[in-house]
Design a protein around this ligand. Sequence first.
Ligand code: AMP
Length: 284
Amino acid sequence: MIVEPSIEKTRSIIDSWKKGGETVGLVPTMGYFHEGHLALMTQSGSTADRTVVSLFVNPTQFGPNEDLDVYPRDFEGDCSKARETGVDLIFCPESGTMYGDGHRTSVTVSELTEGLCGADRPVHFTGVATIVAKLFNIIGPDYAFFGEKDFQQLAVITQLVHDLNFNISIVGVPIVREPDGLAMSSRNAYLDQVERSEAIILYRALCSVRNEVISKGGTRDSAALLKMGRVLIENSPVCAIDYLSIVDEQTLMPQRKVAGKCRIAGAIKVNGRIRLIDNVALYK
Ligand code: AMP
């Protein structure tokens, strides 16, 4: 596996692969790999001839009071996990390489970025769209893999690829969970033992709504369903709801009734400091 911080060298390695007729898959990440990241890499490995993983903690997608400075990092551990998963190249640029003096361009996807996580994190998706557009131009992948855990991000990137005419297939990968159902996340590393056991309440609330809609064939009224989910989370002494919403999977618009391809998505703050997100589909 090649570990390469330079844009020029990365480009020339990828050029040589492409000249040999090979296809390239890209997995953009911020590191601290868990099974969720590795699932994206595995899927890329079975789809494309070569897999490139970008490892870059992107400062522009963090707000001023967010966790950029303490974001968990383990470069050596990440390299060995990626190597074992069959990754061909890790692109790991310095911040100055990506945003050197005079960087003045940003990419904003409208509407899709206004609700859900965008409401609480106003600069987040412009940071994400900008870095992903830059990575697409540096790597020039045939495929790019994104987790459904960040399903608003997946919708934003799908729109960006359409609007800016990138010739890249975007592949969504299902959420990988801990045995008890907690969605894997690099931020789970912040949770102490009590917080970890309480954090599962978000997934439980989402599942109880899914169960009501799908298994019980109960109400499809979003207000009633959201109330059911909220009550569960509000019982937790340490978890506070940031948002809980039932939205159309593609437009991300809130839905009054569950019909077609809807998802329930939520974000909680654990002890006011650790923000966790999750979502489940409300269809089979
Ligand atoms: P991050 O390093 O947190 O920016 O995540 C990099 C990629 O991994 C994103 O496309 C995430 O959606 C995806 N990802 C993170 N956690 C999971 C998970 N539990 N299951 C599937 N994909 C995930």
